[in-house]
Design a protein around this ligand. Structure first.
Ligand SMILES: [Zn+2]
Length: 301
């Protein structure tokens, strides 16, 4: 490993998955305890010890990675004990990402709810990298591709995959929109307002742009997201894409999927759009996605 070529989350997880495969241990769900114990025997962690994850007790973070101040070779991972099992797994994988990618520049990482697990675009760079690391490690692209193949995307499939990979439905949806070659947008609603929207690469290329209702953004009239009588629609319902997207021609359709979490205050919408040619010259909202802040609109957590 050369210092001249810094590791990124994709390269690092690809290596780790190769090592697991060589040991005959590339199975689902990915064994994070094995990864934790293996890293000190690899170039990613030589000369260190990573202690078994322990409960986080000293603050309201979701997770932390901390170097022992008395023994600089020793690192500890801490996880919110109240989190659900799949969230804890994502947090551990996220902290392992900080260990592999960032421990030379920082000795303590406190990761809050927004930085762990949500994968939102506006996060600090290192938090995004640790999220990408966790996402790639827990949901290896090759294994995901094998399973999705030409299957129709719906929440039945994504829910089954989430269980198999040991992640949440949201984490699986985020992985899907990052990986898919289809035009798709994941939209997360929190207490009736937009928390984030995440377009796939194809959606960005074709300038998919959600209609604005105001700031903060509310669900659009006529969509399932706005229909309180339909808390779940796991197969999806076809509708004109223009119901959601001001950028779309009248004849284009999309399939809207909806999942409401227990209590109904958090809703996941997944939009699968019909394909369309890239539109390089039409301005919409996605050109400036690097600076666009869809997460700061509302924080009810
Ligand atoms: Zn973090």
């Amino acid at each position: 490993m050369s210092d001249a070529a810094p590791l990124n989350s994709f390269k690092a997880t690809a290596k780790i998955l190769t090592w697991l495969d060589a040991m005959g241990c590339l199975k689902l769900p990915i064994d994070l305890d094995l990864v934790r114990q293996m890293l000190p025997d690899t170039p990613f962690g030589r000369g260190t010890v990573i202690k078994e994850p322990a409960d986080l007790t000293w603050n309201a973070s979701e997770g932390a990675l901390v170097r022992n101040s008395d023994n600089h070779a020793e690192w500890g991972i801490f996880v919110n004990p109240k989190a659900r099992a799949e969230r804890k797994r994502f947090t551990v994988a996220h902290e392992l990402g900080h260990f592999v990618l960032h421990r030379k520049v920082q000795s303590t990482f406190n990761c809050d709810k927004e930085s762990v697990y949500s994968g939102i675009d506006t996060l600090k760079q290192i938090e995004r990298e640790a999220d990408d690391f966790a996402s790639n490690l827990l949901m290896p692209g090759d294994l995901l591709r094998d399973r999705i193949g030409g299957e129709r995307i719906d929440f039945h499939l994504l829910g089954t995959l989430a269980k198999e990979f040991g992640v949440s439905l949201e984490a699986m949806c985020i992985r899907l929109v990052k990986y898919t070659e289809q035009r798709a947008v994941l939209v997360y609603w929190d207490h009736g307002f937009l928390k984030y929207q995440w377009p796939s690469t194809e959606a960005r290329k074709t300038r998919v742009h959600l209609r604005q209702t105001g700031d903060p953004q509310e669900p659009l009239p006529g969509t399932l997201a706005a229909d309180d009588e339909t808390p779940q629609e796991w197969d999806g319902v076809d509708m004109p894409a223009s119901s959601w997207c001001s950028s779309e021609a009248e004849e284009i359709t999309l399939r809207e999927l909806k999942h409401s979490y227990t209590g109904g205050n958090r809703v996941l919408s997944l939009l699968m759009l019909e394909s369309a040619p890239p539109r390089a010259h039409i301005r919409s909202g996605w050109e400036d996605e690097e600076t666009r802040d869809t997460t700061g609109i509302l924080s009810h957590n």
